[in-house]
Design a protein around this ligand. Sequence first.
Ligand code: AMP
Length: 432
Amino acid sequence: MSFKSLGLNNALLKAIEKQGYKNPSPIQEKAIPLVLEGKDVLASAQTGTGKTAGFTLPMLQILNDTKHPKFRPIRALVLTPTRELAAQVYDNVRQYGANLNMKSTVVFGGVKAKSQIATIKQGVDILVATPGRLLDLENQKALSLKRIEILVLDEADRMLDMGFLRDIKKIMSLMPAKRQNLLFSATFSKEIKELAAGILHNPVLVEATPENSTAEKVAQKIFRVDKGKKTELVTKLITDGNWKQVLIFTRTKHGANKLTKKLIASKVSAAAIHGNKSQGARTKALAQFKSNEIRVLVATDIAARGLDIPLLPHVINFELPNVPEDYVHRIGRTGRAGAKGEALSLVCIEEMEYIRQIEKLLGQKLETEILEGFEPQNNDEPGKPNSNKPKKKNHTPRNKSKNTSKNASQNANNNRKRNDTRSSRRENSKRR
Ligand code: AMP
């Protein structure tokens, strides 16, 4: 299928060609005609599937076809959870709309509002925004949402995770009731379905990938290792593999800083990106990472949301997320738009329960490996009466022992029995 057959105009087709896209991705194939028809769309699409073009291209076409002759009220609003995603969506809006007479801008917190206000005053058709700054500006009467015709909620699941539900409801109340609504989400929890029910009118459901599934081309692997040996292992993997672009996830901002320092001390160039960093530092770190000035970007889940790094080959979970859906988001950073990628997780005994939750969500068991010199010494899972001591460490004398750990899968089998009694705890953690 071609982009042309989706009903897009020549100006957009030219811009798409400039980007080098040959064919629409599955989500684009499904969403673009529906959006052009004016339908409300509820789309399940993980990062890296091309979802941004999936809503931006038809949105530009609709606005272009119905241009207001005299002045430019904001007619389309794209809400995103993070600054980085807002900046990235705005970049795409500009690229795809390069051949149209369409004005757009982006507003988010962490930077001064003055120039944002000045740009809006000059008239914009499309506004990309994070919820907090948008409400700030609306409060100051620096913008009005009364003429919104199209609303896009991008990464809606993450917006809920980040506690934006109240802000979203407030923003809804500032818009006309009659409008086209598009909601994109990587995961489809009960909460997302509830939010969608309150916003969308007779939506068409579009699922580009099976619910909560990970990108097919991502090779996933677990390295069992003790907590205290993780930094050494991660450094070894990067240096032995001569990896040039690695995104590492830690659970905490402090952990991200600590690991970054240790990597730099081991002569692996790295920078951290998290909520305590200024917008300037975040933008700089990302730019350095994209241009290969630094090899490693260490990020927390929230900061990493919305990073667009094409063809990112390696993602490492230095620590596993305690919300299994975050694992799906994290590994969505690799294997983007059909490229191959590798997602590795360093898992200590304290994280075995997280692995079980993740495997349950994915509906698959993950391959486990133990590297020579990094055999876990601690095999007592917290809160378990019996220790999960591996029966025998049968690694080969080679560099990498492809001990696709019988022990680990045996342990996992044993542990599966205990899983049932833990379902209520899992539910709680999902809700968080
Ligand atoms: P997204 O899921 O919107 O974050 O897009 C992921 C990446 O895929 C971005 O780098 C886009 O530039 C790229 N992309 C989007 N659509 C296509 C397409 N049809 N063909 C190839 N790459 C694409």
